[in-house]
Design a binder for this molecule. Structure first.
Ligand SMILES: NC(=O)c1ccc[n+]([C@@H]2O[C@H](COP(=O)([O-])OP(=O)(O)OC[C@H]3O[C@@H](n4cnc5c(N)ncnc54)[C@H](O)[C@@H]3O)[C@@H](O)[C@H]2O)c1
Length: 378
């Protein structure tokens, strides 16, 4: 891994899975990074050297970057905005009731930037956001500046993040692709220089329009989720016809056109990204009078799949009353402690619906970082 010749001053908004990994990765290659979060307790822990969630290699990297003086944490917007030539937004975009992405955190940061910026900066949207958000961010920064009576010069770029939890540090440091969506030559130049050490070949850096950049993140997640739902449907068919889905999967994975990744049947996909991003892309279709039938089916298959495990248990035991069960793996995949929107917790909800009264003894057993949920049906 190369280091930059000319360090860039970067401020990253959000010290979550994406923000903290990005801030640390950029500091690791030599940039001067400030990471800001509104969660004062999180920032305090980071200042004490404690990473608030588990991600392999992250804690060590944070410690090393802080020791080299390239990474620091703050809750002060003044501090972060005064520091950054690149202002990267990596805050949450949770789903609204209709499935569309809630952009309030992103817009809030953009308005704050507009109100405090007094030098040229590139405002980078790293959060996963619907197509058109770069325009909204541009407007929000301008509105913030207008409210404070200042005239400011800034550029906006979309730069979606493709890291996956459990492998986030490696994904960030050895990316398959880095997408920069912008029509502003200054933004493209600064971001290309910022990411240069991470580009193992020129093909890694992909420059395109803001809109293509915004869409490619949702399209990628929808594709991966489609593979999972596809295999879950094949698993159901395998059960019905007496085939073994593991054998079917083995054969399919051997075809290089198909490949082995995201081809395992199971309890369905969960986690903090796929479910929300699929609902958001469907909402984007609706907004554009488009019925994204394939993606809707992927969600439908996944919703149904979350009951399969419980149905199988009920089929086997007749009744689950009084049965104590252990579910191995509370998070949606290994090497992460992120239990937002996991299918296991959905199964927990279903358990309570099924059993009327449920005693959930959540004993988190620390076994190679996976966890165990035990529940007892009453
Ligand atoms: N988690 C992933 O694997 C992953 C991967 C790729 C993209 N994404 C996308 O990246 C975005 C962030 O996801 P995440 O998982 O890191 O979320 P997260 O919830 O772990 O972190 C978001 C952080 O932003 C902070 N925040 C909120 N408002 C703020 C503000 N005004 N200023 C500073 N900080 C603020 C929150 O306190 C929180 O710590 C989302 O859009 C998500 O879809 C996530």
């Amino acid at each position: 891994m190369r280091s930059v010749d000319n360090p860039i001053k970067v401020s990253v908004f959000g010290a979550g899975y994406v923000g903290l990994v990005s801030a640390t990765g950029l500091a690791a290659i030599g940039h001067q990074v400030v990471c800001i979060d509104v969660d004062a307790e999180r920032v305090e822990r980071l200042m004490l050297g404690e990473v608030p969630f588990y991600e392999p290699g992250l804690s060590e990297s944070v410690t090393a970057c802080v020791a080299k003086g390239r990474l620091r944490f703050t809750t002060s917007s003044h501090d972060a905005i005064a520091h950054g030539e690149v202002l990267m937004i990596g805050v949450g975009t949770p789903p609204l009731l209709d499935g569309s992405a809630d952009l309030s955190q992103v817009i809030n940061v953009a308005q704050t930037i507009g109100g405090l910026l007094d030098h040229f900066a590139v405002v980078v949207v790293k959060s996963t956001v619907p197509v058109g958000t770069s325009d909204i961010v541009r407007q929000a920064v301008a509105d913030g500046a207008r409210a404070s009576g200042e005239s400011i010069d800034f550029a906006v770029a979309s730069n979606p993040e493709f890291l996956k939890e459990g492998d986030a540090v490696r994904d960030f440091m050895q990316p398959d692709r880095i997408v920069i969506g912008s029509s502003d030559a200054r933004a493209i130049e600064i971001l290309s220089a910022m990411y240069a050490p991470l580009c193992s070949s020129p093909k890694v850096l992909m420059v395109m329009s803001e809109r293509s950049s915004e869409l490619c993140k949702y399209a990628s997640n929808a594709m991966l989720a489609t593979r999972i739902s596809f295999m879950n449907e094949i698993a159901k068919l395998s059960d019905a016809v007496g085939a073994d889905v593991i054998d079917v999967q083995r054969v399919m994975a051997a075809d290089p056109r198909i490949g082995a990744k995201y081809l395992s049947a199971g309890a369905g996909f969960g986690g903090s990204c796929f479910p929300k991003d699929l609902r958001a892309i469907v909402a984007m279709g609706n907004d554009n009078d488009m019925n994204l039938n394939l993606i809707k089916s992927v969600i439908e298959v996944n919703d149904a799949q979350q009951n399969v495990l419980l149905d199988k248990a009920m089929q086997h035991f007749g009744s689950l009353k009084g049965k104590r069960c252990a579910i191995w793996g509370l998070s949606f995949k290994p090497e992460t402690d992120d239990i937002r929107d996991t299918t296991r917790s959905s199964n927990g909800c279903r358990c309570s619906a099924v059993s009327r009264r449920i005693y959930l003894k959540l004993s988190i057993v620390n076994m190679t970082r996976s966890s165990m949920l035990t529940c007892c049906f009453w």
